[in-house]
Write a protein that binds this ligand. Structure first.
Ligand SMILES: NC(=O)c1ccc[n+]([C@@H]2O[C@H](COP(=O)([O-])OP(=O)(O)OC[C@H]3O[C@@H](n4cnc5c(N)ncnc54)[C@H](O)[C@@H]3O)[C@@H](O)[C@H]2O)c1
Length: 330
C-alpha cells in the first residue's frame, strides 16, 4: 500500500505540482485546501477535502481515514503587498492556522512535516548568494509569518514532537503541461506570468519597476526555479526525514544564478516570437536589487538537482500553459 501524504494547499500552484510528483513516485497525496486561491480542477491525483487547516475535526478525520504518515504544508497566503496592508490576515492564516494544524498533527503523533518557507524570510541581502546561515530579517509581514512558523517548528523539534524540514524557495515559475498544471494566481503578481500574459488577449502592458539598480542592466535580478524542480525537492525532503532522523533542517531552493527583469523580457520575446512592449516605472519600496540562492546544501544533502530551471525551459513551459489556459480557462 502506498504511503499517504497530506498536502495542505494542494489545489494551489506549487502544491498541485507536488501532488503530481508524489503520485509519480508512489505516494498517495491527500489534499486539504479551502479553495480561497486554489483550483478544484488542479487536484487530480487523490482526494480533495475542502476546508481549513485550522479545522481540527476535519484534519483529524483525514489523518485517521487515510493513515497519513507525513504532511507537506503549502497552505498560506503569499501576497507580499497585501501582507503589508493587512498584516493580521497574514498572521492569522499563515501563523495561527498553522499552529492549529500543528496542534492536531502532534495530537495524532504525525512527526514528518515539510514546510513551504521563502527567501522573503531573509529580507534585504547582506551578502550574495544567500545561504541558509544568512541572517533572517524579513521586511514584510508575509516573510515574518513564515519565519515565525520556522521558529515554531524548531521548538517542536527540540522537544521531539515533530521532525521537520523547511524549504526556502526563491522565485517559483514554469508549468508542467504533461500534468495539465501551471501557474494560475488571481491576482497575479509574479513577473513571468505577467510578461507572458501581456501577449495574450486581455493582457496588459507590463511595467518594469526601476531601471537604476546597481545590477548589470539596471533592473532587479531574481533566481527563478521551475515548479517541477520545487516539487521533486519536496519528495527528496520527505525521504530525508525518513532517512536522516534529523529533527530539523532547512534548505534553500534556487539555481544560484539570477536573471534580470530585462533578461526575462528578452528571453520571453524569443519564446513568444514577438517583441514584448513594456514601460519603465519607478522602483517599488521593498524590492531588493538582487536575490540569488546558494542552494548547494540541497544539492549535497538532499541529492536534489534542478532539471528544468534554465530560463528557456521555464518560459516555454509557462508560455504553452498560458496559451492553453487562455483558450480553455478552468
Ligand atoms: N510562488 C512562489 O514563488 C513562492 C515562493 C516562496 C514560497 N512560496 C510558498 O509556497 C506555498 C505555495 O505557494 P503557491 O504559489 O502555490 O500559492 P497558491 O496560492 O497557489 O497556493 C496556496 C494554497 O493554499 C490554500 N490555502 C491558503 N490558506 C489556507 C488555509 N488556511 N486552509 C486551507 N487552504 C489554504 C489556497 O486556497 C491555495 O490553494 C505558500 O506557502 C507560499 O508562501 C511560494
Amino acid at each position: 500500500m502506498s504511503t499517504s501524504v497530506l498536502v495542505t494547499g494542494g489545489a494551489g500552484y506549487i502544491g498541485s505540482h507536488a501532488c503530481a510528483v508524489l503520485a509519480q513516485q508512489g505516494y498517495q497525496p491527500v489534499v486539504l485546501d479551502n479553495l480561497v486561491y486554489g483550483h478544484r480542477e488542479a487536484v487530480k491525483w487523490g482526494p480533495l477535502y475542502e476546508g481549513s487547516i485550522a479545522d481540527a475535526k476535519l484534519v483529524g478525520e483525514i489523518l485517521t481515514k487515510h493513515k497519513i504518515d507525513a504532511v507537506l504544508h503549502f497552505a498560506a497566503y503569499a501576497y507580499v503587498g497585501e501582507s503589508v496592508n493587512d498584516p493580521l490576515k497574514y498572521y492569522h492564516n499563515n501563523v495561527a492556522e498553522t499552529v492549529s494544524l500543528l496542534t492536531t498533527l502532534v495530537e495524532h503523533k504525525i512527526s514528518k512535516f515539510v514546510f513551504s518557507s521563502t527567501c522573503a524570510t531573509y529580507g534585504n541581502p547582506e551578502k550574495l548568494p544567500i545561504d541558509e546561515a544568512h541572517p533572517q530579517k524579513p521586511i514584510n509581514p508575509y516573510g515574518a509569518s513564515k519565519l515565525m512558523v520556522e521558529r515554531v517548528l524548531q521548538d517542536l523539534a527540540a522537544i521531539g514532537k515533530m521532525n521537520s524540514v523547511a524549504l526556502r524557495y526563491f522565485n517559483a515559475a514554469g508549468a508542467c503541461n504533461e500534468f495539465g498544471l501551471g501557474e494560475d494566481h488571481d491576482p497575479e503578481t509574479h513577473l513571468i506570468p505577467l510578461v507572458l500574459k501581456s501577449m495574450l488577449p486581455g493582457g496588459s502592458k507590463i511595467k518594469v519597476f526601476g531601471n537604476d539598480y546597481a545590477t548589470r542592466d539596471g533592473s532587479c535580478l531574481r533566481d527563478y526555479i521551475h515548479v517541477y524542480d520545487l516539487a521533486t525537492a519536496h519528495v527528496k525532503a520527505l525521504d530525508s526525514l525518513e532517512r536522516s532522523g534529523k529533527a530539523w533542517d532547512v534548505f534553500n531552493l534556487g539555481t544560484g544564478s539570477g536573471h534580470s527583469t530585462f533578461e526575462v523580457i528578452q528571453a520571453a520575446s524569443k519564446v513568444v516570437g514577438r517583441e514584448i512592449p513594456f514601460d519603465v516605472a519607478p522602483r517599488r519600496a521593498g524590492d531588493p536589487a538582487e536575490l540569488v540562492a546558494d542552494a548547494s546544501k540541497a544539492l549535497t544533502k538532499l541529492g536534489w538537482k534542478p532539471e528544468r530551471s534554465d530560463l528557456a525551459s521555464i518560459l516555454s513551459s509557462a508560455w504553452d500553459w498560458h496559451q492553453k489556459r487562455c483558450l480553455a480557462p478552468f
